[in-house]
Design a protein around this ligand. Structure first.
Ligand code: TYM
Length: 346
């Protein structure tokens, strides 16, 4: 029976022991909400994380940890597909096809690649890093995803996915690929680093600038209390001149669902310290159940692996069909004339 709900896809890299508040507010919260309206496919993108050359034991461990945190945050495997990217080989296969329609200059213009490769030098930069956005486009196109909920930092990558989908349709006929729409919630699209509030909160940022889902209440409170604020003492929302306090207000508002204006009104005449103490309580209240659930899920790796195996089986059904359609349009002969290549002439 055809599924009446449009499909959404998104992914997260298993590059740290814990997800951080930026991942949570910029992505996970929306992913959970998307489950009401979309048929959701969520992926732990382990192939992407190989571009930073992680230790094999760490990547294995972090793949499970990331999945456990997604489940703890409310990704529901009975409603959504949750799987590990490398369990569905069509991701790598479609990447090759897309590589062959992606311009070298086009891929060279990706700002994340430019920044990282500049830091690492050409000898330290891998072809995998260069190809990262194409693998991401393959992730999305492989599920005919109509919507992709992400944070602001993924906007340019999403633009490439859209360009590639449009190109496939122009070259190989309408219906070869669905052109995905990015879904970026402005208020939480870019949570900033607590120590450097002009940069996004990220795994590679300053250690004190990040709030991790797995942090203890003590660490969370300490980080918030030592967050960089601004020259004057007024609690006001103005990201241009007061990035530190504005970031704290954004986080407060997103975690409580209260409007920023109301929060500013409540703290009129009060000190930054008051705001920080209350925000620490709010963050601890949200993160504690997530941390506890994650820990309990991690105690049962067989259960976790079974969820991921079931997710991969469901993902593969979709991926095999879509890959077969796209590969057929490229002119690749279907294996044996049946199975996944059967729609090749469609
Ligand atoms: P990753 O693993 O870096 O981050 C996962 C999600 O978290 C969002 N995010 C943020 N949002 C707001 N403020 C922040 N400070 C912040 N930091 C991270 C990211 O925007 C992302 O949505 N390339 C992707 C993974 C990926 C993917 C995909 C995403 C691979 N294939 C296909 C969508 C569709 C990445 O590195 O995310």
């Amino acid at each position: 029976m055809p599924n009446p709900r449009p499909r959404a896809f998104s992914g997260i890299q298993p590059t740290a022991d814990s997800l951080h508040l930026g991942n949570y507010l910029g992505a996970l919260v929306n992913w959970v909400a998307f489950q009401d309206t979309f048929e959701c496919v969520y992926c732990v993108v382990d192939l992407h994380s190989l571009t930073v050359g992680p230790d094999p034991a760490a990547i294995r461990d972090r793949t499970r940890r990331t999945a456990a945190q997604m489940l703890a945050a409310g990704i529901d495997p009975s409603r959504s597909i949750l799987f590990v990217q490398s369990h569905v080989p069509e991701h790598a296969e479609l990447t090759w096809l897309l590589n062959c329609v992606t311009g070298f200059g086009e891929a060279s213009r990706m700002t994340q690649f430019k920044d990282k490769s500049l830091r690492q030098g050409s000898e330290g930069t891998t072809v995998g890093l260069f190809d990262y956005p194409v693998l991401m486009a393959a992730d999305i196109l492989l599920y005919d995803a109509a919507a992709v909920p992400v944070g602001e930092d993924q906007r340019q990558h999403l633009e490439l996915s859209r360009d590639l989908a449009t190109r496939l349709n122009a070259r190989y006929g309408e219906g070869t690929a669905i052109v995905p729409e990015p879904y970026i919630v402005r208020a939480t699209a870019k949570i900033q680093d607590l120590q450097d509030p002009t940069s996004k909160m990220s795994k590679s940022g300053s250690p004190g600038g990040i709030l991790e889902l797995m942090d203890s209440p003590k660490v969370l409170a300490k980080r918030i209390k030592s967050a960089v604020t601004d020259g004057d003492t007024e609690i006001r929302f103005d990201p241009g001149t007061k990035p530190g306090v504005s970031n704290l207000l954004t986080i407060y508002s997103a975690l409580t669902g209260r409007g920023i204006d109301t929060i500013v009104e409540d703290y009129r005449g009060k000190m930054y310290g008051h705001l920080k103490a209350d925000l620490a309580d709010v963050v601890v209240e949200v993160f504690t159940p997530l941390r506890e659930k994650t820990q309990s899920y991690l105690e049962d790796p067989a259960w976790l692996d079974a969820i991921l195996a079931e997710g991969a089986a469901r993902a593969r059904e979709i991926a095999a069909e879509v890959y077969g359609r796209i590969a057929g349009r490229f002119g690749l002969l279907p294996p044996g004339g049946a199975g996944r290549g059967s729609s090749a002439d469609g």
